[in-house]
Design a binder for this molecule. Sequence first.
Ligand code: GLY
Length: 426
Amino acid sequence: MNILLIGSGGREDAVARKIVEKDNLYSVITNENPSVINLSQRYMKYSEENYNEIIKFSNEYKIDIAFVSPDEILNTELVNILRENHIPVASPTKNAAMIETSKEYMRYIMDKYRIRGNIENEVIDNYDDLKKFFNDNDREYAIKPLGLTGGKGVKVMGLQLKNKNEAIEYAGEIINRDKKVLIERRETGEEFSIQAFSDGKRIVCMPVAQDYKRLYEGDYGPNTGGMGSITDKNFSLPFLNDKTVEDAKNILNEIIISMRKEDNEFKGIIYGQFMATENGVKVIEINSRFADPEGINVLTLLKSNIVDIFLDIYSGTLKDNIKFDNRATVLKYVVPPGYGVKPVETELVIKDNIETNSFKLYYSSVSGELTGVKTTGSRALALVGIADSIYEASDIVEYNLKNITGNYYMRHDIGTRDMVEKKIKL
Ligand code: GLY
């Protein structure tokens, strides 16, 4: 079959690798990712003005099904346009993607259908109400733009915001820019990610993952798109109990069912960012796509054919028997120096043929060749170790660093025994 993939970051490289196991890949690239280009029979460049070209390209190569991956593109008309042109798509429509692109919509669905895990929240659209809110309430809050933030727009009192005044100032900036701001009560606990395939009626969950968003080792510094991520054997994490994971999966399922009741069926990948708190599982955010980096961990483990899953998502016939390798994974991103603060573009040399059964290398925001890439200011290479324990998987990534030369930054602490044991003791 001929499969169209839209997007070409690290997550899409992982999707592309799965597609080419059995089928032909055609891609619409957002950056000149050498791996995605290398795997594609044909590719074209993405631009929001060339949707007609994407339809022509799809017709010319007789595309059987398309997968639109990045959040920014799911927030455009592309999925709707592909559908109108009778091209099957295994991704949510713009309306369904609102579960990610509008945090107001996500909280509305959770409020209306009384889904557990909701967080006390308020949308504010003017400075007077903002001041009144902070005069009347004395807790700590998270200040969030309503739309896409690339993982970097959320600021939390007690973390990035020192006091009420800083919170009011930041919330005011968001109102000035976006007209509205979302204020959510600050929750504390361990965060974790659950991604699931959804055919609009039901979900099939993927292994639980944890993402490390902070720039510096020990979880300090500014938030980034994600510096790395882990999954463990048996598809849960050593510091989460079964009930927590089960509750989170039920919440995701209820969201899908509720969206269907709203006549806004969600077909594609749904991904919940949850927090295990003293008062049970809380929903931090819901996204309409694979997580990055966590999507790369789970795609590395996926044993079932991804194209069959795409077809089932599209036709509403998703089955339970989706299989993953029962192993642990650790992903650490190689990023350009200064990433997240003042990035400097750089060049990296990669030794040929370094992949093994226990090590994979995915290409993200880079261009060039498989053995030599130019970075942008964003994440460059995702290194994934696969083993029977998280610690061993982390060691595999470190061991393989000798195959990459150049000036770069990486968080080495992700998945180490020290880090995981500290979390278990918490
Ligand atoms: N893991 C962060 C994100 O994909 O938004």
